[in-house]
Design a protein around this ligand. Structure first.
Ligand code: APR
Length: 311
Protein backbone atom coordinates (compact mmCIF):
# COMPACT_ATOMS: atom_id res chain seq x y z
CA UNK A 1 0.00 0.00 0.00
CA UNK A 2 1.19 3.51 -0.73
CA UNK A 3 1.41 5.99 2.13
CA UNK A 4 0.19 9.57 2.24
CA UNK A 5 0.81 11.86 5.21
CA UNK A 6 -1.23 14.97 5.74
CA UNK A 7 0.24 17.69 7.94
CA UNK A 8 -2.56 19.76 9.47
CA UNK A 9 -5.65 17.72 10.41
CA UNK A 10 -8.05 20.66 10.34
CA UNK A 11 -10.97 21.04 7.94
CA UNK A 12 -8.94 20.69 4.74
CA UNK A 13 -6.51 18.06 6.01
CA UNK A 14 -9.15 15.77 7.51
CA UNK A 15 -11.44 16.11 4.50
CA UNK A 16 -8.53 15.26 2.20
CA UNK A 17 -8.06 12.09 4.26
CA UNK A 18 -11.76 11.34 3.80
CA UNK A 19 -11.63 11.66 -0.02
CA UNK A 20 -8.41 9.61 -0.12
CA UNK A 21 -9.81 6.82 2.06
CA UNK A 22 -12.86 6.55 -0.20
CA UNK A 23 -10.47 5.99 -3.12
CA UNK A 24 -8.59 3.25 -1.16
CA UNK A 25 -5.48 4.81 -2.62
CA UNK A 26 -3.03 4.68 0.28
CA UNK A 27 -2.60 4.31 4.01
CA UNK A 28 -3.02 7.71 5.61
CA UNK A 29 -1.31 9.54 8.48
CA UNK A 30 -2.85 12.71 9.90
CA UNK A 31 -0.48 14.96 11.87
CA UNK A 32 -1.47 18.04 13.87
CA UNK A 33 -0.10 20.03 16.81
CA UNK A 34 -3.38 19.68 18.71
CA UNK A 35 -3.10 16.66 21.00
CA UNK A 36 -5.73 13.97 20.52
CA UNK A 37 -7.46 15.64 17.59
CA UNK A 38 -5.66 13.84 14.71
CA UNK A 39 -5.87 10.57 16.67
CA UNK A 40 -9.61 11.09 17.22
CA UNK A 41 -10.34 11.94 13.59
CA UNK A 42 -8.21 9.02 12.38
CA UNK A 43 -10.01 6.58 14.70
CA UNK A 44 -13.43 7.90 13.70
CA UNK A 45 -12.54 7.51 9.99
CA UNK A 46 -11.11 4.02 10.65
CA UNK A 47 -14.46 3.06 12.15
CA UNK A 48 -16.17 4.21 8.93
CA UNK A 49 -14.10 1.90 6.73
CA UNK A 50 -16.16 -1.27 7.37
CA UNK A 51 -19.26 0.66 6.30
CA UNK A 52 -17.79 1.82 2.99
CA UNK A 53 -15.81 -1.40 2.54
CA UNK A 54 -12.32 0.06 2.21
CA UNK A 55 -9.17 -1.45 3.72
CA UNK A 56 -7.15 1.61 4.60
CA UNK A 57 -5.01 2.17 7.71
CA UNK A 58 -5.55 5.66 9.07
CA UNK A 59 -3.33 6.90 11.87
CA UNK A 60 -3.32 10.15 13.82
CA UNK A 61 -0.17 11.58 15.38
CA UNK A 62 1.44 14.67 16.88
CA UNK A 63 4.94 13.89 15.65
CA UNK A 64 6.55 13.71 12.26
CA UNK A 65 8.14 10.27 12.91
CA UNK A 66 4.75 8.71 12.12
CA UNK A 67 5.07 9.98 8.53
CA UNK A 68 8.13 7.77 7.84
CA UNK A 69 8.30 6.33 4.34
CA UNK A 70 5.50 8.44 2.83
CA UNK A 71 5.11 8.56 -0.94
CA UNK A 72 3.25 11.86 -0.74
CA UNK A 73 3.20 14.55 1.93
CA UNK A 74 0.33 17.03 1.84
CA UNK A 75 0.80 20.22 3.87
CA UNK A 76 -2.37 22.00 4.99
CA UNK A 77 -1.08 23.15 8.39
CA UNK A 78 -1.39 26.84 9.05
CA UNK A 79 -3.12 29.62 10.87
CA UNK A 80 -6.12 31.52 9.56
CA UNK A 81 -5.80 35.30 9.46
CA UNK A 82 -7.11 36.67 12.75
CA UNK A 83 -8.41 40.17 13.45
CA UNK A 84 -5.51 42.59 13.94
CA UNK A 85 -3.07 40.33 12.11
CA UNK A 86 -1.33 41.90 9.15
CA UNK A 87 -0.66 39.94 5.95
CA UNK A 88 3.02 39.92 6.86
CA UNK A 89 2.25 38.52 10.33
CA UNK A 90 0.28 35.71 8.72
CA UNK A 91 2.99 35.18 6.13
CA UNK A 92 5.74 34.78 8.71
CA UNK A 93 3.60 32.56 11.00
CA UNK A 94 2.62 30.22 8.17
CA UNK A 95 6.16 30.30 6.74
CA UNK A 96 7.45 29.00 10.07
CA UNK A 97 4.80 26.24 10.20
CA UNK A 98 5.17 25.16 6.55
CA UNK A 99 8.99 25.43 6.57
CA UNK A 100 9.27 23.22 9.64
CA UNK A 101 6.66 20.71 8.40
CA UNK A 102 8.48 20.42 5.07
CA UNK A 103 12.03 20.02 6.37
CA UNK A 104 11.09 17.72 9.26
CA UNK A 105 8.96 15.36 7.15
CA UNK A 106 11.63 15.19 4.46
CA UNK A 107 13.99 13.62 7.01
CA UNK A 108 11.57 10.69 7.37
CA UNK A 109 10.49 10.47 3.72
CA UNK A 110 13.43 11.52 1.54
CA UNK A 111 11.66 10.46 -1.69
CA UNK A 112 8.25 12.02 -1.04
CA UNK A 113 6.41 14.28 -3.42
CA UNK A 114 4.95 17.36 -1.72
CA UNK A 115 1.56 18.95 -2.29
CA UNK A 116 1.19 22.34 -0.59
CA UNK A 117 -2.19 23.83 0.30
CA UNK A 118 -1.46 26.37 3.03
CA UNK A 119 -2.09 29.96 1.94
CA UNK A 120 -0.69 32.17 0.53
CA UNK A 121 -0.36 29.13 -1.60
CA UNK A 122 2.11 30.09 -4.32
CA UNK A 123 4.48 31.61 -1.78
CA UNK A 124 4.24 28.71 0.71
CA UNK A 125 5.08 26.27 -2.11
CA UNK A 126 8.06 28.47 -3.06
CA UNK A 127 9.23 28.50 0.55
CA UNK A 128 8.87 24.71 0.95
CA UNK A 129 10.82 24.00 -2.23
CA UNK A 130 13.63 26.40 -1.29
CA UNK A 131 13.85 25.13 2.30
CA UNK A 132 13.98 21.48 1.21
CA UNK A 133 16.24 22.09 -1.79
CA UNK A 134 14.16 19.72 -3.93
CA UNK A 135 13.85 19.74 -7.71
CA UNK A 136 10.69 21.37 -8.95
CA UNK A 137 8.95 18.15 -9.98
CA UNK A 138 8.59 17.21 -6.30
CA UNK A 139 6.86 20.31 -4.90
CA UNK A 140 3.44 21.19 -6.28
CA UNK A 141 0.95 23.79 -5.10
CA UNK A 142 -2.77 23.04 -5.15
CA UNK A 143 -4.89 25.85 -6.45
CA UNK A 144 -5.61 25.70 -10.17
CA UNK A 145 -7.69 22.52 -9.96
CA UNK A 146 -9.83 24.21 -7.31
CA UNK A 147 -10.23 27.48 -9.19
CA UNK A 148 -11.00 25.61 -12.43
CA UNK A 149 -13.51 23.35 -10.63
CA UNK A 150 -15.28 26.42 -9.28
CA UNK A 151 -15.57 27.83 -12.80
CA UNK A 152 -16.80 24.44 -14.10
CA UNK A 153 -19.42 24.32 -11.34
CA UNK A 154 -20.65 27.83 -12.22
CA UNK A 155 -20.84 26.93 -15.94
CA UNK A 156 -22.79 23.78 -15.06
CA UNK A 157 -25.21 25.82 -12.92
CA UNK A 158 -25.70 28.28 -15.79
CA UNK A 159 -26.09 25.77 -18.62
CA UNK A 160 -27.63 22.74 -16.91
CA UNK A 161 -24.99 20.57 -18.64
CA UNK A 162 -23.16 17.78 -16.78
CA UNK A 163 -19.99 18.89 -15.05
CA UNK A 164 -18.29 16.03 -16.93
CA UNK A 165 -18.85 17.88 -20.21
CA UNK A 166 -17.33 21.10 -18.96
CA UNK A 167 -13.63 21.88 -19.19
CA UNK A 168 -12.28 25.13 -17.77
CA UNK A 169 -8.75 26.29 -17.22
CA UNK A 170 -7.94 28.86 -14.56
CA UNK A 171 -4.24 29.69 -14.41
CA UNK A 172 -2.05 32.28 -12.67
CA UNK A 173 -1.69 33.05 -8.97
CA UNK A 174 -4.26 31.85 -6.44
CA UNK A 175 -5.70 35.28 -5.71
CA UNK A 176 -8.06 37.89 -7.13
CA UNK A 177 -5.78 38.30 -10.16
CA UNK A 178 -6.12 34.64 -11.21
CA UNK A 179 -6.54 34.09 -14.94
CA UNK A 180 -9.69 32.22 -16.09
CA UNK A 181 -8.89 31.31 -19.70
CA UNK A 182 -12.28 31.43 -21.39
CA UNK A 183 -10.77 30.80 -24.85
CA UNK A 184 -9.42 27.44 -23.68
CA UNK A 185 -12.63 26.44 -21.88
CA UNK A 186 -15.46 24.50 -23.52
CA UNK A 187 -18.77 22.68 -23.09
CA UNK A 188 -18.52 19.28 -24.81
CA UNK A 189 -16.06 20.72 -27.30
CA UNK A 190 -18.08 23.90 -28.01
CA UNK A 191 -16.06 26.98 -27.01
CA UNK A 192 -17.49 28.51 -23.84
CA UNK A 193 -17.86 31.87 -25.60
CA UNK A 194 -20.28 30.24 -28.09
CA UNK A 195 -22.29 28.48 -25.38
CA UNK A 196 -22.81 31.28 -22.86
CA UNK A 197 -23.70 34.95 -23.51
CA UNK A 198 -20.91 37.51 -22.97
CA UNK A 199 -22.60 39.01 -19.90
CA UNK A 200 -23.16 35.58 -18.34
CA UNK A 201 -19.56 34.64 -19.11
CA UNK A 202 -18.29 37.82 -17.46
CA UNK A 203 -20.35 37.01 -14.37
CA UNK A 204 -18.94 33.46 -14.25
CA UNK A 205 -15.36 34.77 -14.53
CA UNK A 206 -15.97 37.31 -11.78
CA UNK A 207 -17.58 34.75 -9.47
CA UNK A 208 -14.66 32.36 -10.09
CA UNK A 209 -12.13 35.04 -9.15
CA UNK A 210 -13.99 35.69 -5.91
CA UNK A 211 -14.86 32.03 -5.29
CA UNK A 212 -12.84 31.69 -2.10
CA UNK A 213 -14.22 34.91 -0.62
CA UNK A 214 -17.81 33.87 -1.41
CA UNK A 215 -17.41 30.76 0.75
CA UNK A 216 -15.67 32.68 3.57
CA UNK A 217 -18.55 35.17 3.52
CA UNK A 218 -21.11 32.38 3.89
CA UNK A 219 -19.25 30.27 6.46
CA UNK A 220 -18.25 33.32 8.55
CA UNK A 221 -15.70 31.20 10.43
CA UNK A 222 -13.14 29.36 8.31
CA UNK A 223 -12.67 28.97 4.60
CA UNK A 224 -13.53 26.46 1.88
CA UNK A 225 -12.40 22.89 2.45
CA UNK A 226 -14.49 20.39 0.46
CA UNK A 227 -13.34 21.51 -2.99
CA UNK A 228 -9.72 22.28 -1.98
CA UNK A 229 -9.38 18.82 -0.41
CA UNK A 230 -11.04 17.09 -3.37
CA UNK A 231 -8.49 18.80 -5.63
CA UNK A 232 -5.73 17.53 -3.40
CA UNK A 233 -7.00 13.95 -3.57
CA UNK A 234 -7.17 14.15 -7.36
CA UNK A 235 -3.54 15.28 -7.47
CA UNK A 236 -2.44 12.45 -5.17
CA UNK A 237 -4.30 9.89 -7.26
CA UNK A 238 -2.78 11.17 -10.51
CA UNK A 239 0.69 10.88 -8.98
CA UNK A 240 0.32 7.44 -7.38
CA UNK A 241 -1.41 5.94 -10.43
CA UNK A 242 1.08 7.62 -12.78
CA UNK A 243 -1.83 8.95 -14.82
CA UNK A 244 -0.03 11.77 -16.65
CA UNK A 245 -3.09 13.89 -15.92
CA UNK A 246 -2.90 17.48 -17.16
CA UNK A 247 -4.37 19.87 -14.61
CA UNK A 248 -3.61 23.43 -13.52
CA UNK A 249 -1.32 23.49 -10.47
CA UNK A 250 1.18 25.91 -8.98
CA UNK A 251 4.66 25.01 -10.22
CA UNK A 252 8.11 26.53 -9.97
CA UNK A 253 8.71 28.55 -13.12
CA UNK A 254 12.04 28.06 -14.79
CA UNK A 255 11.54 30.14 -17.93
CA UNK A 256 8.07 28.91 -18.89
CA UNK A 257 5.66 31.69 -19.77
CA UNK A 258 8.65 34.06 -19.48
CA UNK A 259 8.73 33.60 -15.67
CA UNK A 260 11.58 32.49 -13.41
CA UNK A 261 12.19 31.87 -9.69
CA UNK A 262 8.55 31.93 -8.67
CA UNK A 263 5.54 29.63 -8.31
CA UNK A 264 2.66 30.18 -10.69
CA UNK A 265 -0.49 28.33 -11.74
CA UNK A 266 0.06 26.61 -15.08
CA UNK A 267 -1.11 23.36 -16.71
CA UNK A 268 1.15 20.55 -15.50
CA UNK A 269 1.26 16.84 -16.29
CA UNK A 270 1.06 14.85 -13.04
CA UNK A 271 2.60 11.38 -12.92
CA UNK A 272 4.69 9.20 -10.61
CA UNK A 273 7.52 11.76 -10.55
CA UNK A 274 5.16 14.57 -9.60
CA UNK A 275 5.37 17.23 -12.28
CA UNK A 276 6.33 15.30 -15.42
CA UNK A 277 5.95 18.25 -17.72
CA UNK A 278 4.71 21.84 -17.89
CA UNK A 279 2.37 22.63 -20.75
CA UNK A 280 2.74 26.04 -22.38
CA UNK A 281 -0.41 27.50 -23.94
CA UNK A 282 -0.12 30.15 -26.59
CA UNK A 283 -1.65 33.28 -25.12
CA UNK A 284 -3.19 36.22 -26.95
CA UNK A 285 -2.41 39.80 -25.90
CA UNK A 286 -5.35 40.08 -23.49
CA UNK A 287 -4.48 36.79 -21.79
CA UNK A 288 -0.79 37.75 -21.62
CA UNK A 289 -1.73 41.03 -19.90
CA UNK A 290 -3.79 39.13 -17.29
CA UNK A 291 -0.90 36.69 -16.79
CA UNK A 292 1.56 39.54 -16.23
CA UNK A 293 -0.73 41.27 -13.73
CA UNK A 294 -1.22 38.04 -11.79
CA UNK A 295 2.52 37.28 -11.86
CA UNK A 296 3.24 40.74 -10.40
CA UNK A 297 0.87 40.04 -7.49
CA UNK A 298 2.55 36.69 -6.75
CA UNK A 299 6.04 38.22 -7.03
CA UNK A 300 5.06 40.85 -4.45
CA UNK A 301 4.19 38.16 -1.89
CA UNK A 302 7.39 36.25 -2.74
CA UNK A 303 9.37 39.45 -2.12
CA UNK A 304 7.57 40.03 1.20
CA UNK A 305 8.50 36.48 2.22
CA UNK A 306 12.15 36.99 1.30
CA UNK A 307 12.25 40.03 3.61
CA UNK A 308 10.86 37.98 6.50
CA UNK A 309 12.60 34.64 6.05
CA UNK A 310 16.12 33.58 5.15
CA UNK A 311 15.87 31.21 2.15
N1 APR B 1 1.96 21.39 12.67
C1 APR B 1 0.84 20.68 12.38
N2 APR B 1 -0.40 21.23 12.33
C2 APR B 1 -0.50 22.53 12.60
C3 APR B 1 0.61 23.35 12.93
C4 APR B 1 1.88 22.71 12.95
N3 APR B 1 2.99 23.40 13.25
N4 APR B 1 0.18 24.61 13.13
C5 APR B 1 -1.15 24.61 12.95
N5 APR B 1 -1.57 23.35 12.63
C6 APR B 1 -2.91 22.86 12.35
C7 APR B 1 -3.98 23.47 13.23
O1 APR B 1 -3.98 22.92 14.54
C8 APR B 1 -5.24 23.12 12.44
O2 APR B 1 -5.81 21.90 12.87
O3 APR B 1 -3.31 23.19 11.04
C9 APR B 1 -4.74 22.98 10.99
C10 APR B 1 -5.35 23.97 10.03
O4 APR B 1 -6.69 23.61 9.92
P1 APR B 1 -7.89 24.67 9.87
O5 APR B 1 -7.62 25.76 10.84
O6 APR B 1 -9.15 23.90 9.95
O7 APR B 1 -7.73 25.33 8.43
P2 APR B 1 -8.17 24.75 7.01
O8 APR B 1 -9.51 25.28 6.67
O9 APR B 1 -7.96 23.28 6.97
O10 APR B 1 -7.11 25.46 6.05
C11 APR B 1 -5.75 25.11 6.11
O11 APR B 1 -5.39 25.46 3.78
O12 APR B 1 -6.77 26.27 2.12
C12 APR B 1 -5.77 26.59 3.03
O13 APR B 1 -6.14 28.92 3.53
C13 APR B 1 -6.20 27.62 4.04
O14 APR B 1 -3.99 28.04 4.83
C14 APR B 1 -5.21 27.39 5.11
C15 APR B 1 -4.99 25.88 5.06
Amino acid sequence: MNKISIIGAGMTGATTAHWLAERELADIVLVDVVEGMPQGKALDMTEAMPIIGKDVNILGANDYAATKGSDIIIITAGLPRKPGMSRDDLLSANAEIVGTAATETLKHSPDAIYIILTNPLDTMAYLAMKKMGLPRNRVIGQAGILDSARMRAFVAMETGVSVENIDCYVLGGHGDEMVPLTRHSNVAGVPLKDYVSPSKLDAIVERTRKGGGEIVGLLKTGSAFYAPSAACAQMAEAILKNKNLIVPCAAHMEGEYGLTDMFFGVPVMLGRNGIEKIIEYSLDDGEKAMFDKSAEAVKETHEALKKLVQL
